[in-house]
Design a protein. Sequence first.
Length: 166
Amino acid sequence: MTTGRGADTEHHLSGVPKQARRYQGQPAGLVTRLIAGAVDLAMVLVLLAVGLLLLNAAVLAIRPLAFEPVLVPLPVMLLSGFVISVVYLTIAWASTGRTFGGAVMGTRVVDAGTRARLPARRALLRAATCTVFPIGLLWTLLTPQRRSLQDRLAGSAVVYHWLPPG
């Protein structure tokens, strides 16, 4: 019978395939991060669509007899998408360290030095730079630590992490 942290970790990872367990805590690569980003983009688009539906539902409730669908101008939609993206990413990274896409791919955003939760200000910086300059993710191909330009600016890292935060 094994006791201690190693047994604890093994128990928590029991639902993770044995081949993947050795990657626990290792830097996530470009493909994993691109897939997580695509899932997060889909989440932002869903949130944007829900917002638009709620706006139209409110207009319908206020003026049911004279209802006409609200057509939001493209610049407003883009700004709304930017705001939703930054808020979604900031809250996720500052609280649990993972977005929905990160949960799907088994990754977590952490402080690069301590591997602790990323503080809110740095999560906001990372979220804004990821939203404005997503191509900075390609920097992961050039460094052995697999850190993007956004990670370097925010002092963060993306690691494979299946255990609950703690």
